[in-house]
Structures are given as C-alpha cells and as structure tokens.
Design a protein around this ligand. Structure first.
Ligand code: ADP
Ligand code: TRP
Length: 373
C-alpha cells in the first residue's frame, strides 16, 4: 500500500485568497513555487487548494467558488508551471477520499487531543468572541434573567475542531514525506505523524509517516526569516489583519494607490538611505521590498543608494518599480488561460483520485469496511 506513488511526495495545501499582500507573495507563495520547480525532477509535488478547510470558520459562501478559482489563478500568475507532469494542482473536495479517510481517522482520534490544538483554541475564541449589546449609556443590556445579550451568532463548528484530522488525511492519502508548512501548522503535522504511527501500529503498514519537523526544516531550509514590514509602522509585520490597509500592499491594489502608500511610508530623520533594520526600519523595509522586486541581494541594492539623502527620490524609485510589478502581475492574472487551468485541475484530480483511492482502500480493508483480496 505504501508504494503506489512512484516518487517520494512533497505536499502542501495552498491557502490563498483575494487579499494576499506582498508579504504573503514574497514570503510564502514564491518560495513554494520555486520549491516545486526545483524539486519536481526527483519528487512528486502535490499542491492543492484546501477548499474543504476554507469554511471551518464562517465565510460568505456566495464567494467561495470564485475564490477557489482565483486561488488557482494566483499561483499560475506567480509562475507555477501548468505543463509539468510531476506537479499536481488539485482541489481537495474533488478527491472525495479526503473526506472519507477523515471520518475513519476521526474514530481513532481522541477528543482531548483535538481540544488541546492551539489553532483550534485561538480560532474558537475569535469565532465566538461576544458582541454585547449596550444601552445608550454604554452599560450592557441584559435579559430578564440578567444575562448579557450577545449579538454574535457564530459558534465554533465541529469542522474547526476536526481541522487537523482532515489535514492528516490530506497528507497520508499520498504518503507525503515532506510537507512545507508555517510554524503555526507544525502541531498539525505532528498530529499527522502521530495518527499515522498509531494506525500502522494497530493495523500494519498503512501509511508512510511524514518526516519530523526538524528533518523538514533541513530539507527545505528553515524559513529565511523574510519579513516585510508594515509601511506605516515598520516595527510590525505587514499583515492582512491590519484594519486600515494603509501600511499593506495587496496584490490587487490599484498600482497608483500602492505607489502612494510607498510615498507616504514612515521613515526617519537620518537623511541617509542605508540598510539598517534596527535603527532605520522604514528605509530598510523599502530596501527589502526593492531587492525582492529586483530579485537581487538587499546589500547590493542598498549599495547603489549610498550617499543619497533625499528620501523622496528613493521612495519614488520603489513606488515606480512596485507599481510596474503590480501592473504586470494583474495583467498576468487576467490573462491566465482559464481553459488550460481547468484542464490542469482535471488531469491532476484524475491522477489524485487514483492514488488516494488506493490508499483509502487499504485502510477500508484494514478496518473491515471492505473484504481483503
Ligand atoms: P497574514 O499575517 O497576512 O494573515 P498569514 O499569517 O496568513 O498572513 O501568513 C500566510 C503566509 O505568508 C505564511 O507563510 C507567512 O509566513 C507569510 N507571511 C505573512 N506575512 C508576511 C510578511 N509580512 N512577510 C513575509 N512573509 C509573510
Ligand atoms: N492548514 C494549512 C494552513 O492553514 C493548509 C493545509 C490544509 C495543509 N491541509 C494541508 C498544509 C495539508 C499542508 C498539508 O496553511
């Protein structure tokens, strides 16, 4: 069962939505695409859109279908090759084995273990955060029983609770050895190893166990620590959760608005364009951005500005190159050949169904749902 895939598998779930910013792009998306390109000669690379995961917290369902397709398009526009047969791009829900294996694994997963998952605890708190109805003088209004009135209708779902089990199924169906994920997902990866080990121990060799996190880091090279900072407050990272959006450059930003955000980025009074993140975080962040746009080392990019005192001139260069990049990216995005993209998804999904079903059958046989041959 463990060897239905002919090459070792690298697998990752690509969460991308409409509000990706240049931090996500340079810090997550490009490295993943680069990895896929460089490793695909020796590995099967599975890149999938975790659409079943996308409503573990409440969303607007009228937008989901559009977001899934946009998600795939973003990766294509960022350079993911669609003509590489070793790279599979697929939607999770188009491979029903993911849901089915999840149920089976659920029945071998402890309630307590899931309750301790950090992401569950954090997201649950966010989803359920009370919105208390206040009276005109700012006091909470209460019901006749003296209970405060919570206007937030959301409760954390079983799907949110179950999130790590579905993620384990995503990984184990293909016997993935390497799974590049951010630090916030390592607990889930450890769970995938744990459940795989326990199932193998009980039923024989059903699953390939993914490499431990340390080995993953050795394989991929630990995150280079790249952090694009907020343009307004360059001491905190650029993040989509920023309420004003003034310090964040989104991939969908109008290029002229993005240029304005750069022109009004916070700097300092040192009148010297130098790469010194501690003492000149704003200028250094702009240098980082420029270096990423040019694909050159930041020191080299910074050296060219030595002696330049006028920040306006420097910002203008960054603003121009950034808006050129955004214009180009947005054109590429609208020009993505939807037919070619759909064809890629269909081909990958067909292959993935075969691989996933073979693993699933082994599990079904082991637990007694199917006769053994
Ligand atoms: P956000 O903070 O915008 O919600 P996420 O936490 O969803 O971003 O991160 C998605 C991916 O993008 C992660 O791999 C993360 O490391 C990367 N990333 C997020 N923000 C930045 C940033 N400012 N600079 C570099 N990479 C980032
Ligand atoms: N949970 C991952 C995230 O939030 C996405 C994901 C779902 C994933 N299934 C996966 C990543 C399987 C790696 C492997 O980013």
């Amino acid at each position: 069962m463990k060897n239905t895939m002919t090459k070792p598998v690298i697998l990752t779930g690509l969460r991308a939505n409409n509000d990706l910013h240049i931090g996500n792009y340079f810090g997550a998306m490009l490295p993943i695409i680069d990895m896929a390109k460089t490793r695909s000669a020796d590995y099967q690379v599975n890149m999938f859109i975790p659409d079943l995961h996308s409503f573990t917290t409440p969303i607007d369902h009228s937008e989901l279908q559009g977001q899934i397709m946009n998600n795939a398009k973003l990766y294509a526009a960022a350079g993911l090759p669609l003509d590489n047969d070793n790279i599979h791009l697929y939607r999770q829900s188009y491979v029903p084995a993911h849901s089915e294996l999840t149920w089976i694994l659920d029945c071998f997963t402890g309630f307590g273990q899931m309750s301790r998952m950090t992401q569950f605890k954090e997201k649950r708190q966010k989803v359920e955060e009370p919105v208390i109805l206040l009276s005109q003088n700012g006091e909470p209004l209460t019901t006749e029983d003296g209970e405060e009135i919570d206007l937030n209708p959301n409760i954390a779902s079983l799907g949110l609770f179950n999130y790590p089990v579905l993620m384990a199924a995503d990984i184990l169906l293909y016997g993935a050895k390497y799974v590049p994920v951010g630090d916030d997902q390592t607990q889930h990866l450890e769970f995938a190893r744990d459940i795989a080990g326990r199932m193998n121990h009980r039923f024989g060799e059903l699953f390939t166990i993914p490499e431990p996190v340390k080995k993953q880091h050795e394989f991929f090279g630990k995150d280079q620590g790249l952090r694009i900072m907020d343009l307004v407050d360059p001491t905190k990272k650029m993040s989509k959760s920023d309420a004003t959006g003034k310090g964040v450059i989104f991939l969908g930003d109008d290029p002229s608005i993005a240029a304005k955000k750069v022109m009004s980025a916070t700097t300092d009074d040192k009148a010297s364009v130098r790469y010194d993140p501690t003492n000149q975080p704003g200028i250094s962040n702009l240098l980082d951005i420029l270096a990423l746009l040019r694909g050159k080392p930041v020191q080299e990019v910074a050296a060219a500005f030595e002696g330049l005192e006028r920040y306006g001139d420097f910002k203008k260069i960054v603003a121009d190159e950034l808006s050129q990049f955004l214009t180009g990216f947005q054109v590429r995005l609208t020009n993505i050949d939807s037919q070619a993209l759909l064809a890629k998804l269909a081909t990958s999904e067909s292959t993935m169904n075969k691989q996933a079903n073979a693993t699933l059958l082994g599990v079904q046989q082991a637990v007694g749902l199917r006769p053994r041959n």
